[in-house]
Write a protein that binds this ligand. Structure first.
Ligand SMILES: CC(C)(COP(=O)(O)OP(=O)(O)OC[C@H]1O[C@@H](n2cnc3c(N)ncnc32)[C@H](O)[C@@H]1OP(=O)(O)O)[C@@H](O)C(=O)NCCC(=O)NCCS
Length: 120
């Protein structure tokens, strides 16, 4: 289930976001967290099963939601969580969901699979 981030989950959100290569630097990661906390157009969601195991973050830019971050705890990868987070985000937001250069490979791979499923 996708749940909106709140500051009580700051540590877990930071831990999950740090799986993105561009967020390895702590200063950069803190700046990113601050943007999600202060900028109303930046929205962060956690994926909750028994625990919080994934994170997805977007910036709203006009009619588009740009996927800035998408990460899953390594212990739960290859189980479809990333795909489910993206699908849940698309249902939740009244915007067209687009990747950034940092999320493009995964988001595009999901879209290709979706298109193949629709065809068959
Ligand atoms: C990318 C990520 C969120 C995928 O999460 P996941 O829960 O394992 O994803 P799913 O189980 O839904 O999908 C797995 C599929 O995505 C593919 N995949 C994983 N990472 C990928 C990437 N960076 N680009 C393209 N495809 C990717 C897997 O190879 C697998 O393909 P298959 O189904 O053909 O075997 C996860 O690997 C992660 O947290 N990576 C580190 C953070 C990161 O780099 N995020 C940006 C990715 S562009």
């Amino acid at each position: 289930m996708l749940v909106p981030y709140n500051t009580a989950n700051r540590k877990i959100a930071m831990g999950l976001l740090s799986f993105m290569r561009k967020e390895k630097d702590v200063k950069r990661l803190l700046k990113t967290m601050e943007q999600y906390e202060k900028d109303p157009d930046w929205k962060l969601y956690l994926w909750k099963e028994d625990d919080f195991i994934g994170v997805i973050g977007v910036s709203i830019e006009g009619s588009e939601a740009k996927v800035r971050h998408i990460c899953v705890n390594p212990s739960f990868r290859e189980e479809g969580i990333g795909t489910k987070m993206l699908a849940a985000l698309k249902k939740l937001l009244p915007c067209e969901v687009k990747p950034t250069k940092y999320t493009k490979t995964f988001v595009s791979a999901c879209e290709e699979k979706e298109a193949e499923t629709r065809k068959s």
